[in-house]
Design a protein around this ligand. Structure first.
Ligand SMILES: Nc1ncnc2c1ncn2[C@@H]1O[C@H](COP(=O)(O)OP(=O)(O)O)[C@@H](O)[C@H]1O
Ligand SMILES: [Mg+2]
Length: 387
């Protein structure tokens, strides 16, 4: 792998076609790059912004190799690209982050082994490949606990809770008896995330931790800065630095943390790409997570990550469309509200369609204002769903 600069005017290839790639492509194009995207669907959120949209399966290694040959650097917006596809790209192109990092982050067992091997704190867990593992694992982690498929989970999919009355084998059956981890359910004080980047030269840079609230296991609201002691923020950043270094990472990455009520700071999971909790950086930070990814993978110095003002981001899920098209004019009548939509044609429940960001003098004001704007989009739904 060379460390030459990939200058503006060059072409960046993005494996994946979702909103993360879309916002990455916007940042890359602003910096003067061309963008190619590769995904199994046509007219994707990324494809709408990219110069070239390749529609093919990630399993089509020959198409991946062809795609990588046509660009100057390959990156990811989707972490579940098969290892064989990443390896094929690496044969013919610079790939950042490296395929090995992706393999660790896309598989909960490899991820937890990696974290514990570096002495980083995770919830008590066990690996599950058989009913005997399940019984032994449950003994170790206790109840309540959560059983999660090792691969291909997102937005709470591929997870079941194990309560005092739950039949563990039934729970495992409901996940298709796939390879899993079982982990203790943590009594959460809050959830935070740290987004960090590492350049080709090994220099790292971090956004201050963000505060994340989930609804039905899907991120709902992010507030910055997180309301946590300086010590906890520094610890979370040091852990993120260790992850970046341990993976020999080049690019942007997010570490999700649990802050337990007893004060423990535990790593939940690693996302080897821009992260939903970093969407507010687009409007609220000097450098967005997407520009930071461009800088990192193209060999530049990393940008300043300071927060310009306290900020909040609320997700707009497909559920908001249940009474018809949201009232965009009502939300945009608030002049401080920034609306981001991802260009997705169909609004299914739980599907991430867009988000709103608000900057304000305090984080509480930013949060209230963003929530108000979302209610204005679909007032009747908001009442029914207690938004
Ligand atoms: N062990 C746990 N204890 C408490 N809450 C959990 C636990 N595991 C998951 N959750 C909740 O579910 C959310 C989604 O789980 P996560 O493992 O991050 O999967 P995903 O890949 O879907 O983001 C978490 O952000 C958290 O709110
Ligand atoms: Mg998560």
């Amino acid at each position: 792998m060379t460390s030459r600069i990939i200058d503006p005017g060059s072409t960046i290839g993005v494996l994946g076609g979702g909103q993360l790639g879309r916002m990455f492509a916007m940042a890359a194009r602003r910096l003067g790059y061309r963008v190619h995207t590769f995904a199994p669907e046509h007219d994707t959120p990324t494809g709408q912004i990219a110069d070239v949209e390749v529609v093919a399966s990630y399993d089509d290694v020959e198409r991946v190799r062809e795609f990588a040959t046509a660009v100057d650097v390959v990156t990811f917006e989707f972490e579940n690209v098969p290892a064989a596809a990443a390896a094929a790209a690496e044969e013919v192109a610079i790939v950042r982050p490296n395929g090995g990092a992706l393999e660790v982050a896309q598989h909960r067992i490899r991820e937890k082994r990696f974290l514990t091997s570096r002495g980083l704190p995770v919830a008590p867990y066990a690996e599950v490949r058989s009913e005997a593992d399940l019984a032994g694992g449950l003994e170790h982690v206790g109840r309540p606990s959560v059983l999660k498929t090792a691969a291909l989970g997102y937005d709470g999919k591929g997870q079941v809770s194990i309560h005092p009355g739950t039949d563990p084998v039934g729970a495992w059956n409901s996940l298709g008896r796939k390879e899993c981890v079982i982990e203790s359910f943590i009594d959460l004080e809050r959830e935070i995330s740290v987004i960090g980047a590492r350049g080709v030269d090994g220099v790292t840079s971090f956004f201050q931790p963000f505060d994340n609230t989930h609804r039905h296991h899907i991120l709902d609201v992010t507030v910055a800065p997180a309301d946590i002691p300086a010590r906890a923020a520094a610890d979370a950043i040091e852990i993120t630095r260790s992850v970046l270094e341990g993976l020999n990472y080049v690019g942007i990455l997010c570490v999700e943390f649990f802050v337990a009520r007893d004060g423990r700071l535990l790593v939940n999971e690693i996302a080897p790409r821009p992260h939903n909790s970093g969407h507010l950086t687009f409007d609220a930070c000097r450098t967005s997570q997407f520009e930071q990814q461009v800088r990192a993978i193209c060999g530049f110095h990393l940008g300043a990550t300071d927060l310009l003002q306290p900020a909040a981001m609320v997700n707009l899920l497909g559920d908001l469309w249940s009474d018809g098209e949201p009232d965009w004019a009502a939300a945009l009548a608030l002049p401080d509200v920034k609306l981001h939509l991802y260009g997705k044609a169909s609004a299914r429940p739980g599907r991430k369609m867009g988000h709103l960001t608000v900057l304000a003098p305090t984080r509480e004001q930013a949060r209230d204002r963003a929530l108000t704007a979302r209610r204005l989009l679909a007032p009747e739904y908001a009442v029914r769903a207690h938004l």
